[in-house]
Design a protein around this ligand. Sequence first.
Ligand SMILES: [Fe+2]
Length: 239
Amino acid sequence: MSKQENEREPPYLYPDYVGTRLRAPAKPLVHLPEGFHDFPAPLFPRTIAELDHDLTRQHAGEPIGERIIVTGRVLDSDGRPLRNTIVEVWQANAAGRYLDQDDQHPAPLDPNFSGAGRCLTDDEGRYRFITIKPGAYPWKNHRNAWRPAHIHFSLFGSQFRSRLVTQMYFPGDPLMPRDPILQSIPDQAGRDRLVSRFDPETCCAVAPRRPSRTRRERAADTVADGGSLLRSRIAVREG
Ligand SMILES: [Fe+2]
């Protein structure tokens, strides 16, 4: 990663994000030999169940919440679509509660919502999930701290080291300016890329903004050298 690209990444230590005070490396990073991580990804079978992309149909009943479609494209650092690559998402339910033993805040679980899905991209690098809009939830970062509504994403490129883990936010959320995780991204353009965009053509949508088409801007989205890019574009609520 170039020095310029590195300066656009969130720093390891961002004191307002309290967890980084403990997690940030205290010593210089050890650079592993070239090729150390260059084994093909993923190592798991590339077979996805038919309904893995539909988080609203994984149980006997339908989940509570605003139903949305989240779709976009995965491109490499040269702007070419990444085909047949796995995209995974996880999120809280409409009340802001995760199906996770560590999440014990007093919001209800939804027996019809697990909050995890995955799919493979098509020939144009597109992915598509049907889900419900997640709720905001409290965390213990600072007094009365609440995370804005968000969906977690993980995707692999052609190699394990090109894995990208990121979050998608929803436009107009008043909690975003107070979220140290989002605010740890140094520049406004970088933060804007994580905010989904409403799609009026398909009615009632949300999705991350399409970034600049320049190679420099695309490269700024990579997680690792030559890594993959996430182009979330639309999230649409079905009528
Ligand atoms: Fe989260």
